[in-house]
Design a protein around this ligand. Structure first.
Ligand code: HEC
Ligand code: HEC
Ligand code: HEC
Ligand code: HEC
Length: 156
């Protein structure tokens, strides 16, 4: 029996550790955790009530009908407004303009999709920049592409 003491101590320690673990876990777990699955149920409502960051063309069209119409009838119809500008929420909140929407006139913007690369599909319109603009007789300035192409409808 002399040696049983060691075992009892070890077991007691283990029991204390388990009790502490269960208590700490109980107090640290968010209330709604596990209500409907292995996640915090309150987070659903929190995400649902967050203000949207992005908007589609329709949300821009509410105030920029003409620009949206120009885009839709041209070759850039598949390009989202936010790709060339910025997320809706930086510009509009609660249906009012809160800050200017960035306008990028650099040729780098166009180069993202049109710089000639072997990896692009063959049929996709590609040009070597800035050579293409120089060949057409333009001076390279910020906004050079807009001199000949309407960003919202490049074939116009
Ligand atoms: C392919 C890129 C591209 C897309 C897509 C695009 N824009 Fe633009 N946007 C530009 C560029 C570049 C300019 C500047 C044009 C210029 O200076 O002639 C501009 C200018 C504007 C302006 C005028 C800003 C000013 O100061 O004159 C508005 C408003 C605008 N865009 C709204 C939109 C809306 C709304 C959409 C979607 C329906 C959209 N844009 C889609 C590139 C784009
Ligand atoms: C609630 C209305 C509203 C919505 C929605 C809206 N805008 Fe605007 N936007 C304005 C107003 C007002 C102006 C300033 C006057 C003008 O240029 O027509 C403006 C101006 C702009 C400009 C010129 C730069 C500036 O801020 O002065 C661009 C570019 C632009 N908007 C792009 C967009 C894009 C892209 C979207 C969608 C992601 C969008 N806007 C959604 C109201 C709106
Ligand atoms: C997010 C990608 C993207 C960006 C950025 C972009 N474009 Fe385009 N562009 C396209 C797509 C997609 C097409 C249609 C390709 C097709 O028809 O196969 C296109 C077509 C074109 C065409 C050919 C039009 C025709 O009639 O065949 C021109 C010119 C053009 N873009 C110029 C520009 C210019 C200038 C800019 C910068 C202001 C720009 N693009 C920015 C995606 C982009
Ligand atoms: C001085 C006028 C001019 C300027 C500036 C210019 N382009 Fe063009 N671009 C044209 C013409 C004209 C075409 C028609 C096709 C051709 O002749 O190559 C064209 C065609 C294109 C095409 C379609 C190529 C194809 O294979 O269908 C793209 C993409 C393009 N340009 C992008 C740009 C970009 C990006 C810039 C800015 C660096 C730019 N262009 C500046 C006149 C110009």
């Amino acid at each position: 029996m002399e040696h049983a003491k060691h075992i009892i101590r070890a077991v007691l320690l283990l029991v204390v550790a388990v009790v502490v673990f269960v208590l700490v876990r109980h107090f640290l777990y968010p209330k709604s955790f596990g209500l409907h699955g292995y996640y915090r149920f309150d987070s659903v409502a929190e995400y649902a009530s967050a203000a949207p960051v992005h908007g589609d063309r329709g949300s821009c069209a509410a105030c920029h009908e003409e620009k949206a119409a120009t885009l839709t009838r041209g070759k850039h119809a598949s390009v989202s407004c936010e790709v060339c500008h910025a997320p809706l929420s930086t510009h509009v909140q609660e249906e009012a303009r809160v800050a200017p929407m960035p306008v990028d006139r650099s040729m780098q913007l166009c180069a993202t999709c049109h710089q000639k690369l072997v990896a692009r599909p063959k049929g996709f319109p590609q040009v070597v920049l800035p050579d293409h603009a120089v060949e057409k007789g333009a001076q390279i300035t910020n906004g050079v592409c807009q001199e000949c192409h309407n960003a919202h409808n490049p074939s116009e």
